[in-house]
Design a protein around this ligand. Structure first.
Ligand code: FE
Ligand code: FE
Ligand code: ZN
Length: 306
């Protein structure tokens, strides 16, 4: 059997902690997952329950989830690129330090982070700030790794090119603690041609090095290549298309890299509320490498049973 490390974004609640995340992930038929340690849009974080964490780690072992493939996503409001407000910048640095400590407590090795937005300071200054921030956060050789995510280039987002990511890595002292998270929707929206992924990987290898790929976010996109929009779409329903996504997922060079779905939840009764995760059905399609024209219908039928 081909090796496939696949999962999705799952929740992490105060009550259930990591145990709830593992259970949710298993219910979708996954062998890895990603979560925020609290709400993605804020920085309020609770204490981690040791018992629940141990239980979660046991459940992972029993189900062949390798904890080294599990990912934490730092909240997206953390912005190291902007230091106009010194308090905010320092808060971001301290929050990230704590996030890495939380990761260690949970036994997790990788934390994905958006590099940041320069909000008017310019690319160069923004990158300088990110480097400064990262060097404060990563102040020793050992510890969890930060995976810098490739961004769509919406607004003043940095990390929209491999060159920008490379400049950030080059500026840091403990480079061994930095990897990259490729996001297929973001790459497309940033202007990369994902339909020729071997070529894209060749470019990445020349600029940064394939060994630096620590995670891949698998998303279709609602927008055309180069749109700088960042709106995720369900697998096969966007501009990337099912076959291109399958080729990325099963690329030989990426087989050891965890792949995480961040596709949008869907609504089941025609409403605008997107409350149902599509991951179980999307993962089924990915495992079978066959697109199901009735994907949305299938998801709706599945949830309507309850
Ligand atoms: Fe992200
Ligand atoms: Fe992403
Ligand atoms: Zn995105």
């Amino acid at each position: 059997m081909e090796k496939l490390i696949i999962g999705s974004h799952v929740s992490f609640t105060k009550e259930e902690g990591l145990l709830g995340s593992v259970k949710e992930s298993l219910s979708y038929g996954e062998n890895t997952f990603m979560f925020y340690t609290g709400a993605p849009q804020n920085t309020i974080r609770g204490k981690i329950d040791e018992e629940k964490t141990k239980e979660a780690q046991t459940l992972m072992k029993e189900n062949n989830i390798d904890i080294k493939d599990v990912i934490i996503h730092a909240p997206y409001i953390i912005n190291l690129a902007n230091n106009k407000d010194e308090d905010k910048f320092n808060f971001a640095v301290n929050f990230l330090k704590q996030e890495l400590t939380r990761a260690e407590t949970l036994g997790i090795k990788k934390v994905v982070m958006h590099p940041g937005s320069h909000v008017g300071l310019g690319v160069e200054k923004g990158i300088e700030n990110i480097v400064k921030g990262l060097n404060k956060v990563l102040d020793k050789k050992e510890g969890p790794i930060i995976c810098l995510e490739t961004m769509a280039g919406k607004g003043t987002e940095l990390g929209k090119t491999f060159e920008e990511i490379k400049t950030i890595i080059d500026g840091t002292i403990y480079k061994e603690r930095l990897l990259v998270c490729l996001d297929t929707c973001h790459l497309n929206d940033a202007g990369y041609d994902i339909s020729n992924f071997d070529k894209l990987l060749e470019d990445f290898d020349k600029i940064i090095g394939l060994v630096k790929i620590g995670c891949i976010h698998i998303n279709d996109s609602k927008n055309e290549k180069g749109a700088h929009k960042d709106r995720h779409e369900n697998i096969g329903l966007g501009t990337l298309g099912f076959q291109n996504i399958i080729k990325i997922i099963y690329n030989e060079k990426l087989k050891e890299v965890p792949k995480i779905l961040e596709t949008p939840y869907i609504s089941i009764n025609g409403g605008k509320d997107r409350t149902y995760p599509p991951y179980k059905q999307e993962i089924e399609m990915i495992r079978q490498k066959k697109y199901d024209e009735k994907l949305l219908e299938k998801i709706r039928n599945y949830y309507n049973k309850f």
